[in-house]
Ligand binder design. Structure first.
Ligand code: ATP
Ligand code: MG
Length: 233
């Protein structure tokens, strides 16, 4: 495995080949993707009907699930070469994930949820300043920083999840239905922040949403149904 800060910057952010994934043995695959690439600075809007496998695909890219066959390269690293622990470390350092269900740690404060991610990403030194900057950028008042995550509104939790995903300046961001719980003002502020961060960090992003008004902000819109290989192609 390449050491953390020396990852290959020439290879695609995501590279999928002949991938299949199923949750249940013997069932038809939830995902069957012959070939797909996301470039190093590419931002992809990924859409498709409910149950079509969008979150599953993000989980595979994040290394939280493992495909039964095919290869999956992330930032030049073949995830199949990594142990579970190495995948966790790789994700912590290089991949920011905003989960559909946020996955905040309920009994930790807002700030500690973010600082824990900074710690696992090896950024504990700069973590506190950056946490405060990002909380401000998503309009979360600083006085909320000490509140437990389970005592926040859904929209506030979502913004903490976004801050947590950005705190380690990841080369790849995976964002799943991030705006469904946000009002219009916060949604627009969030998108502005996201594109600013992606531009400044030269990151790649896969952004899953159903919202057509958000799709307009992306040049690359990909239907997950177009990724699925059939017997005819
Ligand atoms: N943990 C699981 N165990 C078994 N089946 C699952 C599991 N998670 C998802 N599935 C199934 O896999 C398929 C793809 O689910 P997935 O969550 O990836 O869809 P999605 O495109 O993200 O949908 P949505 O737009 O509703 O979020 C669905 O048929 C779902 O029922
Ligand atoms: Mg989903």
């Amino acid at each position: 495995m390449a050491p953390p800060n020396e990852i290959d910057t020439e290879t695609p952010a995501v590279s999928v080949s002949e991938l299949t994934f199923r949750y249940t043995n013997g069932a038809p695959p939830v995902l069957a993707i012959r070939s797909w690439e996301v470039g190093r600075r590419e931002c992809v809007f990924l859409y498709g009907e409910s149950g079509s496998g969008k979150s599953t695909l993000l989980n595979l890219i994040a290394g939280l699930q493992v495909p039964q066959s095919g290869s999956l390269g992330v930032l030049g690293t073949d995830l199949a070469d990594l142990s579970v622990r190495q995948r966790d470390r790789f994700r912590a350092k290089h991949v920011g994930v905003v989960f559909q269900q946020f996955n905040l740690i309920p009994y930790l404060s807002v700030v500690d949820n973010v600082l824990l991610a900074a710690h696992f990403g090896g950024q504990q030194q700069s973590g506190r300043d950056r946490t405060n900057e990002l909380l401000d950028a998503v309009n979360l008042p600083l006085q909320l920083g000490g509140r437990r995550a389970d005592q926040l509104s859904i929209g506030q939790q979502q913004r903490v999840a976004i801050v947590r995903a950005l705190v380690n300046a990841p080369e790849l961001l995976l964002v799943d239905e991030p705006t469904s719980a946000l009002d219009t003002v916060n949604r627009d502020a969030f998108l502005d922040l996201l594109f600013d961060v992606v531009e400044a960090q030269r990151s790649a992003m896969v952004f899953v949403s159903h919202d057509p008004t958000i799709a307009e902000r992306f040049e690359n819109k990909t239907a997950i149904s177009d990724l699925h290989s059939t017997e005819n192609n």
